[in-house]
Design a protein around this ligand. Structure first.
Ligand SMILES: Nc1ncnc2c1ncn2[C@@H]1O[C@H](COP(=O)(O)OP(=O)(O)O)[C@@H](O)[C@H]1O
Ligand SMILES: O=C(O)C1=C[C@@H](OP(=O)(O)O)[C@@H](O)[C@H](O)C1
Ligand SMILES: [Mg+2]
Length: 173
């Protein structure tokens, strides 16, 4: 069993993934954390030192490696992972994978991302909440095409992490 969590920045992939893996007693993998460990840098440091193209190459390479693992796990992707190269195709073609789109509304995303902008290079320079909201609206629209290719969708608005875990488990049955 391989569960892959997909969704926009701030949708809760990392938090829900960790809690879900504990609930299911399987290994938790976070793609960003793996990339950071391999590069010995934070995500903002990778973007500022090596650039986004380098990050996307590394992201695809680490994803491929993790998909080749035989064990059961919950894997949380980065928000952009399914939207680049052949990543989504690869996820769909890998045996035993269930991909789940954590679908979160614009205003909830904005609220969460306002306070966590600095850890996310794509939005760290956006100066006002209004500009951030406009950015998320457009970016989310562009990315939804990829997110919608997930096997399952779970709506997360007004749910705690534990409630989202519960919904995910329900949707897997
Ligand atoms: N369902 C939720 N309810 C409340 N806060 C949440 C929920 N899911 C995530 N968060 C918070 O939102 C922020 C972004 O979550 P994170 O798991 O890092 O998202 P992602 O990995 O999708 O970018 C974190 O501060 C996290 O604690
Ligand atoms: O949406 C994106 O392109 C990104 C999302 C981030 O992960 P989270 O979705 O966990 O914030 C991280 O991979 C990087 O900052 C790029
Ligand atoms: Mg994350």
């Amino acid at each position: 069993m391989k569960i892959i969590l997909i969704g926009y920045m701030g949708s809760g992939k990392s938090s829900v993934g960790k809690a879900l893996a504990t609930h299911l007693s399987v290994k938790f993998l976070d793609l960003d954390a793996k990339i950071c460990a391999e590069e010995n840098k934070t995500i903002p440091e990778i973007f500022s030192t090596n650039g986004e193209i380098y990050f996307r190459r590394k992201e695809a390479e680490v994803l491929k490696k993790l998909l080749e693992r035989e064990e059961s796990y919950v894997l949380s992707l980065g928000g952009g992972t399914p939207c680049y190269g052949k990543n989504m195709q690869l996820i769909k073609n890998t045996a035993s994978v269930t991909s789940i789109y954590l679908k979160t509304g614009l205003l909830q995303l904005k609220e969460r991302l306002i306070v966590e902008k600095d850890s996310r290079p794509l939005i760290q320079d956006l100066k006002t909440p209004e500009v951030l909201e406009d950015y998320i609206r457009k970016h989310l629209f562009e990315r939804t095409f990829y997110y919608n290719q997930s096997d399952l969708t779970v709506l997360t608005d007004s749910k705690s992490v534990e409630e989202v875990v519960h919904k995910v488990v329900e949707s897997l049955d």
